[in-house]
Design a protein around this ligand. Structure first.
Ligand code: NAD
Ligand code: AKB
Length: 311
């Protein structure tokens, strides 16, 4: 990877991915693109709507890119409110990225999600290769994306790689409308008000990961020798299994008066209940040495330190 285009660069992952890639490969080597301009002053930036294949092709060509980190997407909760848009951006946008990459010989990183599983997937542990019948448009788009990326590898020899991220927790850019957003909001509200009203119910367990691990996972997978990969796309990766009350308990080590209450949103609760409780990431560990570094306590300490500084 030497010259990289990042789509969806202004989002929760993109903001930190671009910064990390620029540290690694140089500021000018990384072109950030999005349909909004957040962070555009920090280095090379272009407005690119991934549903417009020509505009994407022009940006990739002008930058002489050899790699695309494709992060532009609509997430699960917004996806249920806007399923048609989700189809266009998540499936149509990925198709454009793969076609541009095919024409220009680029490697492609595309994140899938725990949302690619559904209510009849074995929830604990969820194997790498298993039943995938999600019941959200976001989940449908993620399964289609996994299959498309595999197809472009086997049919055209394109170097496509990807992981199934769990819910990601971070303090730099706020999340973009997912079901796991509560696990970020809880830290912001702990610092702002010392209390949080959670939209998921007590006991709802989901896989989660702290952002620095998620960024490292993407870069390590893209740098892994191709002949070590039996899978290429959609590697299960996880770091911890969290419930709202587990996070609250961890916050109370530092803020003993922190209060957690619940006002459950039935739509997002139903989405969460259709997802795994614990995914098995042994394929990623075996094939490219994946290992998370942050556990809940280390993440909580860093999240609170950073948000206390920021807010
Ligand atoms: P986000 O919502 O924070 O950011 C997505 C970005 O895409 C936004 O900046 C948005 O402006 C941009 N975008 C939307 N439509 C676009 C279009 N038509 N053209 C170009 N850009 C467009 O999302 P994120 O959390 O950064 O997620 C990035 C990727 O990682 C997505 O594929 C998502 O499904 C996946 N993922 C994220 C998480 C998580 O917890 N954040 C978990 C699993 C998978
Ligand atoms: C969401 O909740 O939609 C995302 C995800 C797990 O894909 N954070």
């Amino acid at each position: 990877m030497k010259r990289i285009v990042v789509t969806g660069a202004a989002g929760q992952i993109g903001t930190e991915m671009v910064a990390r890639l620029r540290d690694e490969y140089g500021t000018d080597a990384v072109l950030a693109t999005d349909i909004r301009s957040a962070g555009s002053e920090l280095g090379p930036f272009a407005f690119v709507d991934v549903t417009n294949g020509e505009s994407l092709d022009a940006a990739v060509g002008r930058h002489r890119a050899d790699t695309i980190f494709h992060l532009a997407a609509v997430l699960s909760a917004v996806g249920e409110r806007r399923p048609q848009l989700t189809y266009q951006v998540n499936i149509g946008g990925l198709f454009n990225v793969l076609e541009v990459a095919r024409a220009r010989g680029c490697a492609v990183f595309t994140p899938s999600s725990i949302a690619a599983f559904g209510p009849n997937t074995p929830p604990d542990p969820t194997p790498q290769d298993t039943i995938q019948r999600p019941n959200t448009m976001y989940g449908v788009s993620k399964v289609a994306g996994e299959l498309l990326c595999d197809y472009y590898f086997t049919r055209f020899g394109l170097d496509t790689r990807g992981v199934r991220y769990p819910g990601l927790i971070s303090h730099v850019a706020e999340p973009g409308g997912g079901t796991t957003d509560y696990a970020v909001e809880i830290y912001y509200e702990a610092v702002r008000r010392n209390r949080y009203e959670c939209f998921l119910a007590e006991g709802t367990q989901l896989d989660m990961m702290y952002m620095p691990d998620a960024i490292r996972a993407a870069i390590e997978l893209m740098e892994a020798p191709a002949d070590s990969l039996a899978h290429r796309n959609a590697f299960n990766v996880t770091a911890m299994q969290l419930t709202p009350e587990k996070i609250a308990e961890s916050i109370r080590r530092r803020r003993p008066d922190f209060e957690l209450s619940y006002d459950v949103d039935p739509e997002r609760q139903a989405i969460a209940e259709s997802w795994p409780r614990r995914i098995d990431d042994s394929a990623a560990r075996t094939e490219w040495g994946w290992e998370a570094r942050y556990d809940l306590e280390a993440m909580t300490d860093e999240m609170l330190d950073e948000l206390e500084r920021k807010l």
